[in-house]
Write a protein that binds this ligand. Structure first.
Ligand code: PRT
Ligand code: ZN
Length: 283
């Protein structure tokens, strides 16, 4: 049975649990428990702080884990990155007080930069031959410049609101992150097979995001044109209608192409167009 580590409490925990639920796997939220057994899949869930997940997976305490790519990159433990999960998106950026003049990364030479991500930052500076003074602090990085602890910060940004309210400006976007599924590199064959089953479900869920299912009535003589507009997964499904000369056409279409394609279909005589949400797409 696979053992998966997820964040006990925090920004990734709720969405980890709801991804499982979409995959037909019931996982309880942590509620001070350390381990629990999922329903709907042979899976044991270990609830940890996000900082500890890369190490737990690397040591084999957990076989797989869900954690931000930022933590994986910062901690540097040997784990296999299996797939991106489409939530928890953020970036780690350098930010300076809005009152200083900033012309480029050379600004940081000899400056004190506060961060909880010293390793990622050290790599960024090393690649540019910049020597700076990296101050590793555990929390509330954004207040460091105001209290005189640092000249700049390197911290997670998502909307940018925290920077603005602390009088800081984002000047370099260094690292992009989202929640990822990681695995211990030496899983047994049996666990590898279970992991493949899990990623198959996750891929089906992620693959259907942003996709819609459309159906419409169409005069039979326009089928060829409609197929050119709507190629679908393999090709659209066409069913006869009771009314002579008409058919019903079904296809999957990307949300961002939806309106343009619908206008083209209307122009060739499509009627009664229905657009439905797509829950899963099994490829
Ligand atoms: O207790 P534990 O150690 O498990 O949790 P934590 O407090 O270390 O982490 P948590 O729950 O805050 O974040 C978990 C993961 O979510 C991070 O490692 C990132 O991968 C991801 N993530 C996504 C974020 C954000 N967005 C985010 N906005 N993590 C933190 N923030 C913070 C950021 O530190 C800053 O204080 O939100 C603030 C910035 O937000 P904006 O929107 O104002 O820019
Ligand atoms: Zn943490």
């Amino acid at each position: 049975m696979l053992r998966i580590a997820i964040q006990a409490k925090g920004r990734l925990s709720e969405q980890s649990v709801s991804l499982f639920s979409e995959a037909g796997i019931q996982v309880a939220e942590s509620k001070r428990k350390l381990v629990s057994r999922a329903e709907g899949f042979p899976l044991e869930v270990l609830y940890l702080r996000d900082d500890d997940i890369p190490q737990a997976v690397s040591m084999g305490v957990a076989d797989v884990g869900i954690v931000g790519l930022n933590e994986v990159a910062e901690k540097g433990f040997s784990v296999e990155q299996i797939m991106e999960l489409g939530f928890g998106g953020c970036r780690i950026s350098l930010a300076v007080p809005k009152t200083v003049e900033y012309e480029g990364p050379e600004f940081f030479r000899g400056k004190r930069v506060a961060t909880s991500y010293p390793n990622i930052l050290a790599r960024y500076f090393a690649e540019r031959g910049i020597e700076a003074d990296i101050h590793s602090i555990a929390g509330s990085v954004e207040i460091a410049p105001a209290v005189g602890m640092a000249d700049a910060i390197f911290d997670i940004v998502s909307s940018g609101g925290t920077l603005v309210s602390n009088g800081l400006v984002e000047v370099e976007k260094v690292f992009y992150s989202e929640a990822v599924l990681i695995a211990n590199p030496t899983l047994s064959e049996e666990k590898r097979a279970e992991l493949n089953q899990l990623t198959f479900r996750f891929n089906s869920i992620l693959g259907s995001r942003g996709m819609k299912y459309v159906l419409m009535n169409l005069p039979k003589e326009r089928i060829e044109e409609a197929i050119r507009i709507l190629p679908g997964m393999r090709s659209p499904t066409i069913l006869p209608l009771a009314q002579e000369g008409w058919c019903s056409l079904h296809a999957v279409i990307a949300q961002n192409q939806l309106w343009e394609r619908i206008e083209q279909l209307k122009a060739i005589g499509a009627e009664g167009i229905l657009v439905l949400a797509l829950e899963n797409m099994i490829r």
